[in-house]
Design a protein around this ligand. Sequence first.
Ligand SMILES: Cc1cc2nc3c(=O)[nH]c(=O)nc-3n(C[C@H](O)[C@H](O)[C@H](O)COP(=O)(O)OP(=O)(O)OC[C@H]3O[C@@H](n4cnc5c(N)ncnc54)[C@H](O)[C@@H]3O)c2cc1C
Length: 380
Amino acid sequence: MDFALNEQEKMIQSMARDFAQRWVKPVAMEIDRKCEFPFELAKEMGSMGYFGLPYPPDYGGVGAGYTGWVLVIEQLSCVSMVAGAIIGVNSLAEESIFRYGTEEQKQRFLIPLARGDNLSSFAFTESATGSDPMAIETRARPDGSDYIITGQKQFVALSPASQVAIVFARDEKDKTGRVSAFIMETSSPGYNMRYSCETLGVRGLSPSVIYLDDVRVPEKNLLGEPGTGYKIMLEAISVGKLAVAAEAVGVGQGALDLSINYARDRKAYGNPIAELLSTKWLLAEMASRVEASRWLTYRTAFLRDQGASIMKESAMAKFFASQAAVDVTRMAMQVHGAYGYMKDMEIERLYRDAKLTEIYEGVSEIQRVIIADHLLRENA
Ligand SMILES: Cc1cc2nc3c(=O)[nH]c(=O)nc-3n(C[C@H](O)[C@H](O)[C@H](O)COP(=O)(O)OP(=O)(O)OC[C@H]3O[C@@H](n4cnc5c(N)ncnc54)[C@H](O)[C@@H]3O)c2cc1C
């Protein structure tokens, strides 16, 4: 059992830490205040190869594995979860195409995504459903060598910046109307982004409402076999959850770092609050929870690098790390007292950001169900 990062991973981690300080930290508060997608920052991230870390150079990637990828997401999220989340959300389409795409689809769509020339969205959720995939109402109707897709998608992150979206719809070609996954170009007539929702935290991720008004998609843009959309979604989201776990670790570590500094500086009754036993208890609990989350996350990335399925492991990592991030930012807020509650303090932003990790890419309740179902199957 080797818990050490290799030399390449250490270098990736150190470069990401520098990048976060140089490029992310100066704009983090402004992105949050404006609640607009950070185009310039995303471009810089692309030029660092951050959107292609796990993918082979043949497909525009860096070949640094999922461990290198997780290290970068963690370091960026330490400073701004939006930055880490952009990589995570973009990976959903990348992962779908990498695992299920034809060679032509990989050449055409994956390479520009991995290189950071394009960005992508993943349009699964609808107004009536997020957790229940059986409730999808968007329809894909065959028409010659095309499909006509009609429906509405909700909370589609990265929409203002995406050239490509993976859209899930009920396939009328499939006898039982199962869901298929389609690669849709967002410039297609009928693909309309109506507005980006204003959110509590992770402001700038731009979850948007998308109207699909009879969008024509060539059949060659169907991903995998007709009716296998749900399988593709689960596979892609198993990696998306790993990203969310890394975001949670980053937010937790960021909150811990801020709290240690603040506790050293802030005095009460003539002494730094760091000397109070109650503050030490909080710092100790925060550090322990972040560390446990980190190793659960790294191990899941390591398994993915070995080619393993991580359905159970990524559900565990997301479930545990997201709860830790919410708890740790709450404790960090307590260490900061009234100052932490002020809008111009970084901890106030991290406190709001953390909550999303318990919600998107599957609420914690669903993660519990996935984990328990695996346990019951394994022990049948
Ligand atoms: C900022 C943001 C970005 C997002 N980005 C995207 C995106 O890019 N693409 C996309 O497709 N979606 C995206 N989403 C949607 C997100 O993934 C869903 O909102 C999420 O999966 C939860 O679905 P829901 O809101 O419909 O919750 P619901 O399914 O309505 O659940 C509400 C609550 O009911 C309970 N519940 C529901 N089902 C169960 C169950 N089976 N067992 C136990 N309890 C249950 C839970 O307490 C849950 O929190 C985003 C959401 C946000 C907030």
